[in-house]
Design a protein around this ligand. Structure first.
Ligand SMILES: [Zn+2]
Length: 104
Protein backbone atom coordinates (compact mmCIF):
# COMPACT_ATOMS: atom_id res chain seq x y z
CA UNK A 1 0.00 0.00 0.00
CA UNK A 2 1.53 3.24 -1.12
CA UNK A 3 0.32 6.22 0.86
CA UNK A 4 2.51 8.81 -0.81
CA UNK A 5 0.30 11.58 -2.21
CA UNK A 6 0.53 11.74 -6.00
CA UNK A 7 1.62 15.07 -7.44
CA UNK A 8 -1.37 17.06 -8.66
CA UNK A 9 -1.21 17.42 -12.45
CA UNK A 10 -2.05 20.61 -14.32
CA UNK A 11 -5.46 19.41 -15.52
CA UNK A 12 -6.48 18.66 -11.99
CA UNK A 13 -5.11 21.99 -10.79
CA UNK A 14 -7.19 23.76 -13.42
CA UNK A 15 -10.28 21.74 -12.52
CA UNK A 16 -9.79 22.57 -8.84
CA UNK A 17 -9.41 26.27 -9.68
CA UNK A 18 -12.68 26.15 -11.66
CA UNK A 19 -14.40 24.35 -8.83
CA UNK A 20 -13.13 26.88 -6.30
CA UNK A 21 -14.40 29.77 -8.45
CA UNK A 22 -17.81 28.13 -8.87
CA UNK A 23 -18.12 27.52 -5.15
CA UNK A 24 -17.07 31.09 -4.35
CA UNK A 25 -19.62 32.46 -6.82
CA UNK A 26 -22.32 30.81 -4.73
CA UNK A 27 -23.27 28.13 -7.24
CA UNK A 28 -25.08 25.27 -5.55
CA UNK A 29 -23.49 21.98 -6.55
CA UNK A 30 -23.14 18.46 -5.20
CA UNK A 31 -20.27 17.85 -2.81
CA UNK A 32 -17.21 17.53 -5.08
CA UNK A 33 -15.78 14.72 -2.97
CA UNK A 34 -18.75 12.35 -2.52
CA UNK A 35 -20.99 13.66 -5.30
CA UNK A 36 -24.07 13.76 -3.10
CA UNK A 37 -26.30 16.79 -2.67
CA UNK A 38 -25.11 17.26 0.88
CA UNK A 39 -23.52 20.71 0.75
CA UNK A 40 -24.98 23.16 3.25
CA UNK A 41 -26.48 26.28 1.61
CA UNK A 42 -23.89 28.52 3.29
CA UNK A 43 -20.55 27.65 1.69
CA UNK A 44 -18.54 28.52 4.79
CA UNK A 45 -20.67 26.23 6.97
CA UNK A 46 -19.25 23.27 5.05
CA UNK A 47 -15.83 21.75 5.67
CA UNK A 48 -12.68 23.11 4.06
CA UNK A 49 -10.93 20.17 2.42
CA UNK A 50 -7.63 19.18 3.95
CA UNK A 51 -6.31 18.09 0.57
CA UNK A 52 -7.71 20.47 -2.03
CA UNK A 53 -6.67 24.02 -1.24
CA UNK A 54 -9.65 26.34 -0.81
CA UNK A 55 -12.25 23.75 -1.81
CA UNK A 56 -15.25 23.10 0.40
CA UNK A 57 -16.67 19.61 0.90
CA UNK A 58 -19.79 18.55 2.81
CA UNK A 59 -19.58 18.07 6.59
CA UNK A 60 -19.63 14.26 6.21
CA UNK A 61 -16.63 14.42 3.90
CA UNK A 62 -14.92 16.82 6.29
CA UNK A 63 -15.28 14.19 8.99
CA UNK A 64 -14.19 11.40 6.64
CA UNK A 65 -11.11 13.38 5.64
CA UNK A 66 -10.06 13.89 9.22
CA UNK A 67 -10.51 10.20 10.04
CA UNK A 68 -8.67 9.06 6.90
CA UNK A 69 -5.88 11.51 7.57
CA UNK A 70 -5.60 10.14 11.08
CA UNK A 71 -5.26 6.67 9.54
CA UNK A 72 -2.76 8.11 7.05
CA UNK A 73 -4.78 6.99 4.05
CA UNK A 74 -6.44 10.03 2.49
CA UNK A 75 -8.72 9.62 -0.53
CA UNK A 76 -6.73 10.91 -3.53
CA UNK A 77 -8.30 13.99 -5.07
CA UNK A 78 -8.30 12.13 -8.43
CA UNK A 79 -10.86 9.78 -6.91
CA UNK A 80 -13.30 12.50 -5.90
CA UNK A 81 -16.75 12.10 -7.42
CA UNK A 82 -16.47 15.36 -9.35
CA UNK A 83 -13.44 13.98 -11.23
CA UNK A 84 -14.83 10.50 -11.76
CA UNK A 85 -18.10 11.02 -13.51
CA UNK A 86 -16.76 12.62 -16.65
CA UNK A 87 -19.66 11.52 -18.81
CA UNK A 88 -22.08 13.45 -16.63
CA UNK A 89 -19.72 16.07 -15.35
CA UNK A 90 -20.95 18.90 -17.54
CA UNK A 91 -24.54 18.47 -16.46
CA UNK A 92 -23.66 17.45 -12.93
CA UNK A 93 -25.41 20.43 -11.39
CA UNK A 94 -28.66 19.50 -13.13
CA UNK A 95 -28.66 16.02 -11.64
CA UNK A 96 -30.28 15.49 -8.25
CA UNK A 97 -27.71 14.32 -5.70
CA UNK A 98 -29.18 10.88 -5.10
CA UNK A 99 -29.37 10.20 -8.81
CA UNK A 100 -25.83 11.42 -9.37
CA UNK A 101 -24.63 9.16 -6.59
CA UNK A 102 -26.37 6.15 -8.17
CA UNK A 103 -24.56 6.79 -11.46
CA UNK A 104 -21.11 6.69 -9.91
ZN1 LIG B 1 -19.24 14.96 0.59
Amino acid sequence: MNNEPKPINDDLKQALADLRARQKSGEHMPCPRCGRDTMLPKLYANALSRHADGIFVCPDCGNAESVLQFMNSPLPIEEWAVFNDRRHRDDFKDTPGEQAWAQI
